[in-house]
Ligand binder design. Sequence first.
Ligand code: SAM
Ligand code: DTB
Ligand code: SF4
Length: 336
Amino acid sequence: MESKNGLEIRHNWTSKEVQEIYDMPILDLLYRAATIQRQYHTASEVQVCTLLSVKTGGCPEDCSYCPQAARYHTDVKVHKLLDVDEVLTKASIAKQNGSTRFCMGAAWRNIRDNRDFDKVLEMVRGVKDMNMEVCCTMGMLTESQAQKLKDAGLYAYNHNLDTSEEFYDEIISTREYDDRLSTIKHVRKAGLTVCSGGIIGMGETDEDRRKMLMTLANMPVHPESVPVNALVPVEGTPLAEQPRVPVWDMVRMIATARIMMPMSQVRLSAGRERMPVSEQALCFMAGASSIFAGEKLLTTPNPSVDQDKMMFDILGLKPRPAYKNKPAHVEENTAS
Ligand code: SAM
Ligand code: DTB
Ligand code: SF4
């Protein structure tokens, strides 16, 4: 057990405890999560992150939810790695629109040490120089690749567990849960912050959802960001016909994550496009402290910058500054 400013951070959650939290009457759960959020965070601040798909589609993996897997026939327009200048222009627009984190996604199974990786390192250096938190999500990586990203100025690496270990096989067959855990270890070892969460609405049970949260919360250090995605069902993928995730499921998931990992940024991620402001407000009340902004996630639609500005006005929210509360275990990197 650790303590931050006298507040307790736990890494030994039991399934019984997690079930008791997850199954609380929804209003009690909301109240408890909202209280914890106010003890550990400034509840009016929301971290605004912009995503950019720097390499789209053609991925060899078979993640059943993903429109970028080459084997599914979706409308995604495949493109090779974008040029550094184009990416930096997009990052600068994101910054002007209030984002303090820029996350670059590549539809790769894993990072390879080639010219494309050198280009990614250049992108990272460029975004870091704009004083934004830089994040990448590019599949599996080795310890030395994580270190190179860190040296270039990367702040966070996103690698989702997606679901429980037990349900994983139903969703992805081209890699193992342990592969995901190893990559997360490499990221941590390089002194990067970890962004890891999952998706709900893929046909998993409540127990699968709780098990995933337990795996994240019982890591030696909690992921600094925990994205909670509602499945965006995409035509052509095996999960295209999944029903819409009820807002109450998002609320339960976000609130339980907030209670178990009180210091982390819990991100209301994919799925906002279909949520009215009132539903998103419930998610903020449940402890969500971060969103993806900009009209596209990686390949699917997201609310526009104007819609989000309006939502922030209505709810009295403001963007969280970059690098606020940088954790002590994340050393300053050597990049400028
Ligand atoms: N290829 C890399 C990987 O798998 O780690 C990085 C990109 S991948 C698209 C990043 C994450 O996006 C996935 O782990 C998954 O959680 C999320 N994602 C992908 N498709 C989604 C969908 N249709 N709905 C919700 N989340 C999705
Ligand atoms: C995360 O957890 N969600 C983001 C980000 N990390 C990379 C991706 C959501 C993708 C939704 C489907 C798409 O737009 O392709
Ligand atoms: Fe590839 Fe990532 Fe999509 Fe899986 S989620 S198919 S690894 S891009």
